[in-house]
Design a protein around this ligand. Sequence first.
Ligand SMILES: Cc1cc2nc3c(=O)[nH]c(=O)nc-3n(C[C@H](O)[C@H](O)[C@H](O)COP(=O)(O)OP(=O)(O)OC[C@H]3O[C@@H](n4cnc5c(N)ncnc54)[C@H](O)[C@@H]3O)c2cc1C
Length: 312
Amino acid sequence: MMELRQALSGFWTGTLSWDFSMADYCTLKAGGKAAALVVATSRPELAGLIVGLEENSIRWRVIGRGSNILVPAGGYDGVLIILGGDFCAIAGDPGLSGDDGRQTVRVGAGCPAAKLVGWSVVHQLSGLEFMAGIPGSIGGAVFMNAGAWGGEIADVVEGVSFVDRRGRFHDVGREDIDFSYRRMRPRDPALEGAAIVGATFSLRPDSQRLIIEQCRSHVAGRRRKQPLSVASAGSFFRNPPGDSAGRLIEAAGLKGLQKGEAMVSPKHANFIVNTGRASADDIVELMREVQERVYRFSGIRLEPEVHLLEKG
Ligand SMILES: Cc1cc2nc3c(=O)[nH]c(=O)nc-3n(C[C@H](O)[C@H](O)[C@H](O)COP(=O)(O)OP(=O)(O)OC[C@H]3O[C@@H](n4cnc5c(N)ncnc54)[C@H](O)[C@@H]3O)c2cc1C
């Protein structure tokens, strides 16, 4: 760990926190420590950081706003990178509107998803209503191919900008990226392990009243169905093909099941909630118990949708 500190201090002068408790960052309000958490604010800064990390064989990963990750109790023994500054910008470009009036919007990966939804309401552009109420950043939403109410990022994204593991930037068209359920993968092998720095979306002009109504109805639907007053990472498990993880967990009688202060939400069985001071261990133990008991009950092995950032 001393080596990491020495090396990183040698080439990074930007914002940095050592031994950062990820419970203070993630929406689950639980998690072990990251050896270092840094905020990169511009492309040159990010490129230099990645080159330095790779040269020193230091593990790194770009994260968003922590609404779909859990760092286990053992911690993350590398550098977690947050994209701030320039990476939070939104730039609508009317010059890029097509024959059908659709407009292309460029967004930095660090931009909060809610900020982009608000921007599209103000500019009377439709396509992102399904995102209303999904927390997180645009980078996280693209990486996870976030979706709800029958819509997903793949439907509206035109292109994605990446930084590869050598610190080089690439603009990639939608046609060269495979999107699937809560996953995406660029086809170019040079982009293996690359991070997302921005995305462009194609949005359609529409009545502001209709856009607002859609957003409101989605947010109201979430309030009805989801335990939004307690800490969580949203749906914890991926839906298995043709079924719903929540249905399987409920059918196995697991609503309300607890480990320490982690609980299977009585309101929505696919939410693991932190009712107070749950530790990362509580959450991981509860996850394993749910997997085990659903498997015994139905023969189906649930896989987490939440990303566990394990030790290397
Ligand atoms: C109350 C609640 C409701 C939710 N509802 C939904 C929903 O309806 N639909 C849905 O799809 N999700 C939902 N989620 C989950 C989560 O909000 C989304 O997955 C979101 O898009 C994650 O964004 P983030 O910025 O928080 O990513 P993080 O949680 O920080 O990261 C998630 C993953 O993406 C990677 N990542 C993040 N940014 C980048 C980047 N720039 N480059 C490369 N990799 C990156 C991280 O390394 C990690 O592997 C919900 C979560 C909560 C708490």
